[in-house]
Design a binder for this molecule. Structure first.
Ligand SMILES: Cc1ncc(COP(=O)(O)O)c(C=O)c1O
Length: 448
């Protein structure tokens, strides 16, 4: 993958070493990508690999470092917390109370909060408590949305075309009885949801969704979709869960619900809440949250050895305080907009058939024409191009994960100079790719 100036020898050597003892050399499935890079330094918007190659990072670990990597203000607060009780394992710390207060203060539908360490734990507990309060077994999720690795929801994410419309488990070893209670609807299709609710009357405990489908890039809810889900959930007596693990804190301190004005019953949060430290939360209506067994008389089990640990709490508190007082969202939105506009202009100039999608700090290029309203539309994306483009960008120091449909993230540490440089490199790479493809006629040109 070398472009003549960059060497990857050290990464390659370390990766081979990793593979001997770690299956695939990585600790999370989507990290096993080509090129296999080993990172040794992170600061702000920049990652540096083991060979000293620098990258402007938009992968952002799938979303947490909204303020940039290793933000000094967060690191200082975490360091200070190391002198506090890290994990007493009974009772509560003041840090836990402070984090919960901040979440209730900012997230409009949050009346009570429980802390955990990962987004997947939060969605698991949200679904379990929904079953507890409704006494019903089934849930509805949407094709293209991801909610963590557990058996309740691990299906129908980036499904192959022949699996769309059917249950598509995303792993071996899933208990069919668990996933069998998960019904899959089409994002932005209220009629589909209504039909599914009618056909399973009195059996649906919850509707869970990412309010913006970010696990397949950026599919925005159509006007009225979230409002319609709210009405349907209320009419059918089921719990509406907004999985704001990506949208929360990244798009607004109060999550996407603070932007769209639709209130879920439960909200799951993670990723950007603590700028890279492990922290997640489940929040929502007091009458539901009070069902958890953390309260005397509660009947729905909730536990975790590391829940509320001082490191995660200090990082979350520090992150939320910076989001409160600094123009983080204004900055990331402006740079996101610059990228989206700039990329659109490049595509037009070069006559490339592509669609730039995004919202706020999130952006990406699909190699297809719109409209894009649901996962099925994205089956038209040219996956080979998508991945090739990103591999070529990596060779030139722009880091976007080379996995189909994955989104890119701008952080508070990105500058206008980073955006200028990124746009310049994107144009060079696209010119090169499409000049080659025009010669080999593998891709017809269209109008931007
Ligand atoms: C929307 C959404 N929910 C839940 C999760 C699971 O979070 P975690 O990986 O922290 O368990 C993710 C992770 O990517 C996610 O994107």
């Amino acid at each position: 993958m070398a472009d003549g100036t960059r060497s990857y020898a050290t990464s390659q050597k370390l990766y081979e070493e990793a593979c001997r003892i770690i299956p695939g050399g990585v600790n999370s499935a989507l990290r096993n990508v080509v090129p296999h890079l080993i990172f040794k330094e992170a600061r702000g918007a920049i990652l540096v690999d083991a060979d000293g190659n620098e990258y402007i990072d938009y992968q952002a670990a799938f979303g947490p470092p909204i303020l940039g990597h290793n933000h000094p203000g967060i690191i200082r607060r975490v360091a200070a917390a190391l002198d506090s009780p890290l994990l007493p394992g009974m009772g509560t710390t003041e840090l836990e109370i402070a984090v919960a207060k901040k979440i209730v203060q900012h997230v409009p539908s949050a009346e009570k909060v429980l802390l955990c360490s990962t987004g997947g734990e939060a969605t698991y507990h949200a679904i379990r408590v929904s079953r507890a309060v409704t006494g019903r077994p089934k849930i509805i999720k949407f094709q293209g949305c991801y909610h963590g690795f557990h058996d309740y929801v691990l299906c129908n994410i980036a499904s192959p075309a022949d699996k769309v419309g059917k249950l598509d488990p995303a792993s071996a070893g899933i208990l069919p009885e668990a996933l069998g209670k998960t019904l899959v609807c089409t994002f932005n299709d209220l009629e589909d949801v209504e039909r599914t609710l009618d056909a399973n009357r009195g059996e649906i405990a919850a509707i869970i969704l990412e309010p913006i489908a970010h696990n397949i890039g950026c599919v925005l809810p159509k006007p009225g979709f979230l409002e319609g889900l709210r009405q349907l959930a209320t009419a059918h007596g089921c719990v509406l869960i907004f999985d704001e693990v990506i949208t929360g804190f990244r798009h607004h301190l109060g999550g996407y619900q603070a932007i769209c004005g639709v209130m879920p019953d439960l909200t799951t949060m993670g990723k950007a809440i603590a700028n890279g430290f492990p922290m997640a939360a489940l929040a929502g209506k007091a009458e539901i949250m009070d069902r958890f067994k953390t309260r005397t008389g509660g009947d729905t089990f909730f536990a975790g050895t590391f829940n509320g640990n001082a490191v995660g709490c200090a990082a979350a508190l520090a992150t939320m305080e910076i989001l409160e007082r600094e123009p983080v969202h204004e900055h990331t939105r402006r740079l996101g907009e610059r990228l989206r506009t700039g990329l659109g202009e490049i595509h037009q100039r070069l006559g490339i058939r592509a669609t730039v999608a995004g919202f706020g700090s999130i952006f990406l290029t699909y190699f297809m024409e719109g409209p894009i309203e649901s996962y099925s539309d994205l089956l038209r994306n040219d996956e080979a191009r998508f991945v090739e483009y990103r591999r070529k960008l990596i060779e030139r120091g722009i880091l976007k994960v080379p996995v189909n449909l994955k989104r890119n993230h701008v952080s508070y540490a990105h500058t206008d100079a980073h955006i200028d440089s990124t746009l310049g490199i994107c144009e060079e790479v696209l010119k090169e790719m499409f000049a080659t493809s025009a010669r080999s006629s593998t891709f017809s040109r269209g109008t931007g």
